[in-house]
Design a protein around this ligand. Structure first.
Ligand code: ADP
Ligand code: MG
Length: 328
């Protein structure tokens, strides 16, 4: 049922009075991509998403969906749909009527509404709950209804703003996997706003990292994790040590590539500040003799071959091939 389309943002800017929330960003998202807009609070993610949806006007630049510049089109005419949080479901309407609601607004006949709502509910495996009220469903089921409500308009692109933020950690991971599966089955693009690097890494084909209204880096999760372009990206994505070099340059080294030894001469002297057991791995917080804070992530088995304690003096080192240069 779904039609897929490419999306392009060309020098798109959003200003609110004196605030530039989105600063001339360029972006191409191929049809059928799971794209995550990732960045800290206030960096312009929601503004970008709302401009794509048509819920916010564009101050400058073009939003191109398929062959068409859609800047001037109202939300319902764009081929995009926004998935709202499950708590935005109407409590007094049945699941079916919740899903059919936007069609009613569009003037679709009662019979067609019912058919389309049933199709959308089938898509998310919720057909058998069609006559229930939202309060009679679990959190995960409500989230699926919210998804069906967005998909019923047959969008070319689905837009999701922090869709998992209201769910408990266990449900988050379950619904996350479902979103990915639905996206794959539908073959349309999902554009998913999140401030969680873990969520973005788990879901995305393409991660767009935003910082202060600009795109800091874009790429596949693995590309970004292995080659963060800037200090900002390396810090935001986590799991990296930032090491200043002479001349004001900086490099990064993945925390799981830092080796810690209690004997031998190689490397830099350091003191262990904290030891955190994490099950699969152990986190070591270190302060080097040069005054640098570092983290080493050691596999559990390796760690317990020679356990290290807080306060112990160690040496840290890493291979030259694990040193990654960051842009100034
Ligand atoms: P994010 O979703 O990444 O947290 P937003 O796009 O919501 O960021 O906001 C980006 C910037 O624009 C912030 O500085 C925010 O305060 C500002 N902003 C967002 N919406 C409005 C608005 N309706 N009016 C004025 N400023 C806004
Ligand atoms: Mg936001």
């Amino acid at each position: 049922m779904a039609r897929a389309a490419d999306l392009e943002l060309a020098s798109v800017t959003k200003r609110y009075g004196d605030t530039t929330a989105v600063d001339s960003i360029d972006l191409k998202i191929k049809a059928g991509t799971y794209c995550c807009l990732l960045g800290p609070s206030g960096c312009g993610k929601s503004s970008t998403l709302r401009m794509i949806a048509g819920h916010e006007s564009v101050s400058d630049g073009d939003i191109v969906l398929g062959p068409e510049v859609v800047n001037g089109l109202p939300p319902a005419k764009r081929g995009t749909a926004m998935m709202f949080q499950s708590y935005a479901l109407f409590p007094h309407l049945s699941v079916r009527n919740n899903v059919a609601f936007s069609l009613k607004m569009k003037g679709v006949s009662k019979v067609d509404r019912s058919i389309k709502a049933t199709d959308a509910l089938k898509l998310v495996d919720m057909e058998r709950y069609a006559e229930r009220l939202p309060s009679q469903l679990s959190g995960g089921q409500q989230q699926r209804v919210a998804l069906a409500r967005a998909l019923v308009t047959d969008p070319q692109i689905l837009l999701l703003d922090e869709p998992l933020s209201a769910l408990d950690p266990f449900l988050k991971i379950k619904v996350r996997a479902e979103l990915k599966r639905f996206q794959r089955e539908l073959g349309i693009s999902f554009i998913h706003v999140t401030h969680s690097q873990e969520e973005a890494m788990a879901l995305a084909d393409l991660i767009i990292i935003m910082n202060a209204g600009k795109i800091e880096q874009q790429g596949a999760p693995r590309e970004i994790f292995n080659a963060p372009a800037t200090e900002f990206v390396a810090r935001f994505i986590g799991g990296h040590n930032i090491i200043p070099e002479t001349g004001g340059r900086k490099v990064s080294v993945r925390a799981d590539r830092v080796k810690v030894s209690t004997d031998g001469e190689t490397g830099t002297g350091a003191v262990v500040r904290e030891v955190e057991y994490q099950g699969t791995v152990v986190y070591l917080s270190l302060a080097t003799d040069a005054g640098l804070e570092m983290t080493a992530i050691v596999p559990e088995r390796t760690f317990y071959e020679r356990p290290i304690e807080t306060g112990e003096s160690v040496r840290v080192h890493w291979d030259a091939s694990d040193v990654h240069e960051l842009a100034a």
